[in-house]
Design a protein around this ligand. Sequence first.
Ligand code: FRU
Length: 489
Amino acid sequence: MSPRPRFHLTPARNWMNDPNGLVYVDGTWHAFFQHNPEGTDWGNMSWGHASSTDLEHWRAHPVALRHSDDEQIYSGSVVAGDDGTLTAIYTSAYARGIQAQSRAVSHDGGDTWTVDVSNPVLDRGSSDFRDPKIVRMPTRPESGKWLMVAVEAVERRVLFYASDDLRTWRETGSFGPVGPDGVVWECPDLVRLPLDNDPAQTPWVLLLSTNPVGADPDPAGSAMHYVVGSFDGETFTTQNTGLERLDHGRDFYAGVTFDSAPGDEAIMLAWMSNWRYAHVVPATTWRGAMSLPRRLSLRTIDGQPRLVQHPASPVVRQLADTAAATDPAEPITITLHALIELRWTADIAGKVRLHLAGDGDASADIVFDPTAKTLSVTRAGEAAQALHPDFASTSTAPLHGGSRTGRLLVSLDGPLLEVFINDGETTVSNLVTLGSGTVTLTVTTEEPGSLRTLTLVIAEINTSESGVEADSAFTTVSPLSSSLTTTRK
Ligand code: FRU
């Protein structure tokens, strides 16, 4: 059993899946999320709620939108009005089998909500129409001030709707199907990002999650993708034929961005699990976690615009305050809550391997291979095998670009392992089963002697308890200290 993460958002209790209604308002980041208020398994879907002033320390709030006998509250989004009013647009999954979009409004920062009397506000009579994400359209208000992206999940289509009042919606176009079949499309988002920091070039990026379905579903399970293209105020088009993988691990799903983030930045949270085995991940009083928040940008790599991800949590600053480990050849014992940074010259070191050994035979291996141009993450051991037949596995990510410098940022927080390669050009996020004790970290290189040219920095994160602080509504969860210290100076 892994301990609760310390610098990631987890539910104070019970089940969590997709992030919903991510919004920044009045200096506070709000994260709503798919939540079962009554148990640690999926069901009774409602919106949980947590908030943070720094994207690192989270406070739990009471359930925001609650299911009823004939309606579950599926994924959706929130936008902030100029007066701080929050409007939620979410999927009502009715017991009669219809999925349609509904609206609710909050005047108290998301603690209490009033649902629209005319709900659902958008109904196609479909059983798979879901996951509305509202996007501001300041540059093309003539089409509608607000854009909704949602999916016809089984048809593998993203639908676009425009509105001026978040109530009356006009369909303006659709995208898909593209890419492999045998999946449903879920949780779309559309973000506009400058390419190579050039404000004159701002393509649109469609974000999308796919989940295998059918008689013989892909054992790799659910995954996130993106497509770079353009949006003319009505619909999205692209020159590209396929979907690019957004994260190459097994556990990064349903990621969406915050509305109204400072500086119009695209900050994403994703659910760190996989529908293939989410239900059997060991749990006691809670189950599910969000990824580190990630700042998205676009960079030209090998002549192509690619999505780049940087951790947007202040926790990573702790690395800057920490000195390099003196002898990276020696195994180092660390806690299960640490940030690890490795830098080296790729053509001197050859393959670089970072081995994390946990309780018993549990391990996670991160291998950077400059010849094969891959980064792989393997989780192994009896605990991984026992969890689910598809859990013990290797995720392999292609390395793009001709960089001669290797750079890894590894975040380990209990069961959550996220690897950022070469300044966020590739990411691999996985749940791991390293146990509850300490971890022995060993770094090896293929070329003898090249360890001397490698820089290893480790910052252990010592927040005293968990990554979510309960508010007074959660009497059964003890409050925690929010102080952070670094032991390895
Ligand atoms: C994605 C998803 C969404 C749906 C929600 C239900 O993980 O299946 O399509 O709205 O979860 O919990």
